[in-house]
Ligand binder design. Structure first.
Ligand SMILES: Nc1ncnc2c1ncn2[C@@H]1O[C@H](COP(=O)(O)OP(=O)(O)OP(=O)(O)O)[C@@H](O)[C@H]1O
Ligand SMILES: [Mg+2]
Length: 302
């Protein structure tokens, strides 16, 4: 019998995984996730998104709002292929984690043909959140610009001048990084971005900036420019829109100087992350726009 011909197989598609994470609530993870997803879609990439915030499901709601708004207004808004994961209802911890693990792996496998998978995680420690962090090639941690929020990354002395040691969250990220190294995976690129920067309190802002610079060397993350405190983010949420969707001639949102500045901030973040402007030219065009679906690990093990 003839030997099989050795033809080089095309490499399997392997999405880049970007995870939004920290263990503090309300710092801008879901907002930033939505902006990244829309930015990538607008650049022509195919994108899958996974909502690991089983309790709140903010990103899922945002995508539902987006699909509704597009339908109502007859707009051609880009949508990712979306998966929402739910917490297992099993009371036995081991069984619950196995079930959530299966749901997570199924969602990732479903989206394996995408260029990117963007995962949003809850503002607390959970099994699903750790599963997301474990496969993050890029981890983006939005941080509210206050001393209170700095202790997400490290313990700071009460005067706010010295770093006493890493936080539980930083240790968890460190463990995930070790795990990646053991498995021979590419190192995780951890990016911290300051969110809701206020225009006042310049002294505090400088001091937080100084501590973050120190921390970035100690804990091993990059600092990226974040977003200012702007009401528009809350207004857009209800429609599932992002700053990147606003047109100059939009009748509903009169584009102000503040909106233009906010859009520049989003673009600066995208540059800092290092996202390509477009897919490679040889790549096939992205599949047609997908509808938002809500599947996941709901149900219990029998
Ligand atoms: N730069 C900003 N300026 C003003 N409001 C903002 C900004 N970023 C986020 N917000 C608002 O803050 C609230 C919390 O944001 P978001 O839901 O993105 O945070 P989160 O980290 O995902 O929260 P959680 O941990 O609860 O999931 C939302 O109402 C959002 O619109
Ligand atoms: Mg959220």
């Amino acid at each position: 019998m003839d030997s099989p011909r050795l033809t080089p197989a095309p490499p399997p598609r392997c999405p880049r995984i970007i995870v939004l994470g920290n263990e503090k609530g309300g710092t801008g993870k879901s907002t930033t996730a939505a902006h990244l997803i829309v930015a990538l879609l607008k650049r022509g990439f195919s994108v899958g998104s996974i909502d690991l915030d089983a309790r709140q499901g903010t990103l899922s709601r945002l995508m539902e709002n987006r699909a509704d708004y597009a339908k109502r207004k007859g707009l051609d808004l880009e949508l990712p292929e979306h998966r929402r994961l739910y917490r297992s209802e099993s009371s036995a911890r081991g069984a619950a984690e196995w079930e959530e693990k299966r749901g997570f792996e199924r969602a990732v496998a479903d989206l394996a043909d995408r260029d990117y998978i963007v995962m949003d995680t809850p503002g607390n420690d959970s099994f699903l959140s750790r599963a997301g962090h474990a496969c993050a090639e890029v981890l983006i941690t939005p941080l509210n610009d206050s001393f209170l929020d700095l202790d997400l990354l490290a313990r700071i002395d009460p005067q706010g001048r010295q770093i006493l040691g890493p936080s539980l969250y930083s240790q968890m990220v460190w463990e995930q990084r070790q795990q990646r190294a053991v498995m021979g995976l590419a190192p995780m690129d951890w990016i911290v971005m300051r969110n809701r920067l206020s225009h006042i309190d310049a002294r505090n802002k400088r001091e937080i900036g100084r501590l973050l610079e120190l921390l970035s060397q100690r804990i091993g993350f990059r600092l990226a420019p974040g977003f200012g405190e702007r009401v528009i983010f809350r207004e857009l949420f209800l429609k599932g829109l992002t700053l990147l969707d606003l047109r100059d001639d939009d009748p509903e949102f009169q584009l102000s100087m503040s909106h233009v500045a906010a859009r520049q901030e989003v673009r600066a973040l995208l540059r800092a992350i290092g996202l390509p402007e477009a897919p490679p030219p040889t790549k096939a065009p992205p599949p047609p726009k997908a509808m938002v679906t809500g599947t996941g690990a709901r149900g219990t093990l029998s």
